[in-house]
Design a protein. Structure first.
Length: 277
């Protein structure tokens, strides 16, 4: 039982613990706390991010082959699928900015667009155990996985009205790529794979610059230091990855290439691997 240190007069009453009388914003606090290994909630699982614009917006030609591969891979791998909003998210951002919505207002409406893509993905995968999962049911994730269910979630982190102002413009800096990374990190999964329509990270957008060079492997710090004109993932992902506790590497693959996802789930290097250090 915890000991109570009762204050007299105007003195505070404390429950004895290492943080007693400490300001949680004190600079020295984290250095004083002994490191404790964080608990991995879903070790053995993999989080797979299905790109909105890169995969979902391409329709049947891209979605159906990928879903067939997901169903086959489900026999050997426990997966959680995340899906982003794609072109429709850009459309709603455009309208929102035209109407004068602040950054927090744009973040609030972004998730609703992703819900549509999650519903589409669930419909295609429903006969094979695909179930759209709202955030309120996240604590039940282990039960879903154990039952052979394929959870489908949205990626946009729920900062909503509390989204921090953007460095430039009003587009939320904490976007779907970061949201999926944070989901994987808090669950402590084995792998995080972003399924895009390009081989991985390049020195520039290869669609715009044919001289762009492919980067097969890099650390988060190295990628940020390069200050590339365009990244295949949000910059916030690289910043978060540098502070990783569980998910210390991610892989970006081309989901339009058959068997790439299965290979990545098995630990093969088929795209760009980005490491925390």
């Amino acid at each position: 039982m915890n000991e109570i240190e009762k204050g007299e007069g105007i003195k505070r009453t404390h429950i004895k613990n290492p943080l007693m009388r400490e300001s949680l914003m004190g600079k020295h606090l984290q250095d004083q706390m002994s490191p404790v290994k964080e608990l991995a909630l879903l070790p053995g699982a993999s989080v797979v991010g299905v790109g909105g614009r890169s995969i979902m917006d391409r329709g049947r030609a891209a979605v159906m082959p990928l879903c067939e591969e997901i169903v086959k891979a489900k026999e050997n791998f426990n997966m959680i699928l995340g899906v982003s909003g794609g072109t429709r998210m850009r459309h709603v951002f455009s309208i929102g900015m035209d109407l004068g919505l602040p950054t927090g207002g744009l973040a609030q409406i972004a998730g609703a667009v992703e819900e549509q893509n999650a519903s589409l993905l669930q419909a295609v995968l429903s006969k094979d155990g695909g179930v759209q999962m709202c955030r309120e049911h996240f604590p039940e994730m282990p039960k879903y996985i154990a039952a052979g269910i394929l959870p489908i979630i949205i990626c946009m982190p729920p900062y909503h009205f509390w989204e921090e102002p953007a460095d430039k413009g009003r587009i939320p800096m904490n976007g779907p790529d970061l949201g999926l990374y944070l989901t994987a990190e808090v669950l402590g999964v084995d792998r995080l794979i972003f399924v895009k329509d390009k081989k991985g990270l390049f020195t520039d957008d290869p669609d715009k610059n044919p001289k762009a060079e492919f980067i097969p492997e890099i650390t988060a710090a190295e990628a940020l230091k390069m200050d590339l004109p365009e990244y295949i993932l949000e910059r916030k992902v690289f910043e978060a990855l540098a502070l990783a506790r569980h998910v210390k590497e991610i892989q970006v693959i081309d989901g339009l290439v058959p068997s790439n996802l299965s290979a990545a789930l098995a630990g093969e290097h088929v795209g760009t691997i980005i490491r925390s250090a």
